[in-house]
Write a protein that binds this ligand. Structure first.
Ligand SMILES: [Zn+2]
Length: 130
């Protein structure tokens, strides 16, 4: 268990369709998506301009925004992600996989498809992590 978890919230407008669904989500439609990205750790920077921080929120933002711009915001997610059936679950995993190399302390990614529906993707914690 990590001592600190930082989250940053991103929003994007995007269309998708779930061709395997048996209801209205099968049709092409859009959402105002909310994505929350969390990094976690137990050791804070002890000196310098990031003293007292696990990670600078600006650095977290800088790591995530390029992906939002290039693949998510005002995009057709079935096309830009290559996911055949881009549910919240698939999208959360897809984002997590892409952010892991950028964010070594990445904890989880939450995708909110509507105001009342969301999915959080998180890998099991490794033993002996910092
Ligand atoms: Zn939808």
């Amino acid at each position: 268990m990590k001592l600190y978890t930082l989250t940053k919230r991103f929003t994007f407008e995007a269309a998708h369709e779930l061709p395997r669904h048996d209801g209205k989500c099968r049709r092409l439609h859009g959402h105002s998506w909310v994505m929350v990205v969390a990094v976690a750790g137990s050791r804070l920077h002890s000196s310098g301009p990031k003293s007292g921080m696990l990670m600078d929120y600006a650095d977290l933002s800088a790591a995530v925004k390029p992906l939002v711009e290039s693949h998510l915001d005002h995009h057709y997610l079935n096309e830009t992600t290559g996911l055949i059936n881009p549910t919240s679950e698939e999208l959360a995993r897809w984002v997590h996989e892409r952010l892991r190399p950028e964010l070594p302390d990445l904890a989880w990614v939450e995708i909110q498809e509507t105001c009342t529906s969301s999915c959080r993707y998180q890998l099991p914690e490794k033993r002996g992590g910092k």
